[in-house]
Structure formats: structure tokens, C-alpha cells
Design a protein around this ligand. Structure first.
Ligand code: SAM
Length: 300
């Protein structure tokens, strides 16, 4: 059977790739390199009656660069709910509406999910023009197993919540989850996030992908411990995606490593609380192990 993408045009003679897309069209845009806008993405935007943008001023630069003068309106986190009814009304009336975000694939760590869910629930046509996505590009360059992968958006900004989130993932890994984990992160938080990751996940294989598709594109690969040490002394810049490989070590080594680090600077009780949150292991088990290990200076 021929691959559908290369099949002959239908008998009415209309070639599929050029047909204007109807309904709500999710259009992926570049994540840093204008050359990554596809001809089909440009066409979908030019054919639209209205383009919904996460930030109209930001997208004006892209639209002007590719010669698209279609009307734009904002659709962002704060007005998405209010915009759903009018947008569905336009779709019912047969309008073509494109949705773009500031960069990459809409909905992925970006607005649009609630609109898509509402349009799908009404049986309205929803389609997409695929394209750039930072998480998938980073995954393919990381050297880590490409599947299964788990994309987690941004980690919580505060350390306590972040360690608790990583602890939940460690608990899931102990229950059988084995996937490459992917997060976005802001440059000013990268060092502390890597430190928390090293604490929770131990010295496993990881990667930091920076400024993908741009002039200073870089993928730094190493253990979480090495990457945390590197970024502790070197301020990261630009847009960043962090990847952590699936678990390799057994839990006991993992627990002992985390406890050794925590006991160097905390009491047995505090170290047990910290490690329990970061690893997702029950506090009683961690406390018992911490007592057995003792603080480094206890034997002196
Ligand atoms: N929807 C976008 C996508 O499909 O890639 C992601 C939007 S999210 C709000 C933006 C975050 O994605 C950035 O803070 C950064 O963590 C990551 N990101 C975006 N562009 C990137 C790039 N060129 N290189 C590395 N990470 C990038």
C-alpha cells in the first residue's frame, strides 16, 4: 500500500497539500529560526479568516516577515475561557481560524487546550500543521532513549515543590515507570533545578539543550551531577530544555547517595525529611536508613 503522504491526488484533481484547511487549524511556528516556517504553515496562516495569537505583537513580527496580513486577536492563558464561545460561533459559521503561540507547537506549554477541547466536544473540525517543538527536538539530540518519553512542562519554580514533584516521579519509577523525562526551564533557575534533580534522581544520564535552531545552539550531555556542577559555576543563557534518562540504579544505592549528601549538612531527622520528599520513599524507611548510616561526624 502506498504511503498516504505520497499517494496520487484524488480523482477530482485537487491536490491535497494545497487545499485550504477548514475549521480550527493549530499551526506550529519556529522556535528560533525563521527558516523553519513550513510552506504549508505559511499557507494555512494566509488562508485563515482570523489568526489567534498568544501575543499579537510578538506574532506580528513573524506574520510580517512571511507576508501574511490576516487579522489577529489574542488568545492567552487569561482570556482563553472567555474567547471560546465567540470562536466556536465563528467556526460554526464556517470561518477558518488559525491558532499560533509565541513559538513552536501551540498547546504544548502554551494556550489553546481549552479551546481545542471545546471544539472537539462540539464535533467541529480541528486540524494542525505540524512543525517545530523544542521538547521533541531536544529529545532527538539528547542521546537518551527516545521512547517512552514523558514531557512535564516547567518544573515548579520553588525548590520544596520541585523536590516534591521529582519525588513523585521517583515513586512512579519505583512502581515501574521507565522513560526519558523532559522539562522546560528558565535560564536563571537551571542551576538550582539541576541540583534538585541530581538530589532526587542521582547521577544518571541527562542533557541540557539550549538555544535550539539558533546561532548558539548547544546540547550538553553528562550525568546530572556533572551538569549540576557545571551550571553551578556557569550562568546559563537563552532558552533551555532539560532531559533526564530513565532509571539505571537500584533504589538502595539511590537512597544511600541522597542520604550521604543530606547528612553532610543536616541532622538525621531533617536529612530523612528532605530525602523522603525528594525520592518519594516513605519517611519511616528513610529515617531508619538515615539512623543506620548516621551523620559523618557521629563516629568521631
Ligand atoms: N510550544 C513550544 C514548543 O512547542 O516548543 C514551547 C513553549 S514554552 C512556553 C517555552 C519554553 O520551551 C522555553 O522557556 C524553553 O524552556 C523551551 N524552548 C523554546 N524554544 C527553545 C529552544 N530554541 N531551545 C531550547 N528550548 C526551547
Amino acid at each position: 500500500m502506498p504511503d498516504e503522504a505520497y499517494a496520487d491526488p484524488p480523482e477530482d484533481g485537487l491536490p491535497e497539500p494545497g487545499a485550504p484547511l477548514a475549521g480550527l487549524v493549530l499551526v506550529s511556528t519556529p522556535i528560533g529560526n525563521l527558516g523553519d516556517i513550513s510552506p504549508r504553515a505559511r499557507q494555512a496562516l494566509a488562508d485563515a479568516d482570523l489568526i489567534l495569537c498568544e501575543d499579537t505583537r510578538h506574532s506580528a513580527r513573524l506574520l510580517s516577515a512571511i507576508g501574511v496580513g490576516v487579522r489577529t486577536e489574542p488568545l492567552h492563558e487569561y482570556n482563553e475561557d472567555a474567547r471560546i464561545a465567540p470562536v466556536l460561533g465563528m467556526l460554526r459559521a464556517g470561518r477558518r481560524i488559525a491558532l499560533i503561540s509565541d513559538a513552536g507547537t501551540p498547546l504544548v506549554s502554551d494556550p489553546g487546550y481549552r479551546l481545542v477541547r471545546a471544539a472537539v466536544a462540539e464535533g467541529l473540525k480541528v486540524t494542525a500543521v505540524p512543525g517545530p517543538n523544542a521538547a521533541v527536538m531536544a529529545l532527538t539530540l539528547s542521546g537518551l532513549p527516545p521512547q517512552p518519553f514523558l514531557f512535564l512542562g516547567f518544573p515548579p519554580p520553588r525548590s520544596a515543590a520541585r523536590r516534591a514533584a521529582f519525588g513523585t516521579l521517583r515513586a512512579a519509577e519505583r512502581a515501574g515507570l521507565s522513560a526519558t523525562l523532559i522539562w522546560h526551564e528558565a535560564p536563571h533557575r537551571l542551576a538550582e533545578t539541576l541540583e534538585d534533580m541530581a538530589f532526587s534522581f542521582g547521577p544518571r544520564a541527562a542533557a541540557v539543550a539550549r538555544e535550539l535552531t539558533k546561532h548558539f545552539e548547544e546540547v550538553r550531555r553528562g550525568t546530572l551531577t556533572d551538569l549540576a556542577a557545571f551550571y553551578a559555576s556557569s550562568q546559563a543563557r537563552g532558552e533551555i530544555t532539560v532531559l533526564v534518562g530513565p532509571p539505571e540504579e537500584d533504589d538502595q544505592e539511590d537512597l544511600d547517595g541522597a542520604l550521604t549528601r543530606a547528612l553532610a549538612t543536616h541532622s538525621v531527622k531533617d536529612a530523612a525529611a528532605l530525602v523522603s520528599a525528594a525520592t518519594g520513599l516513605p519517611r519511616k524507611i528513610v529515617y531508619a536508613r538515615a539512623l543506620a548510616m548516621g551523620r559523618p561526624d557521629d563516629s568521631a
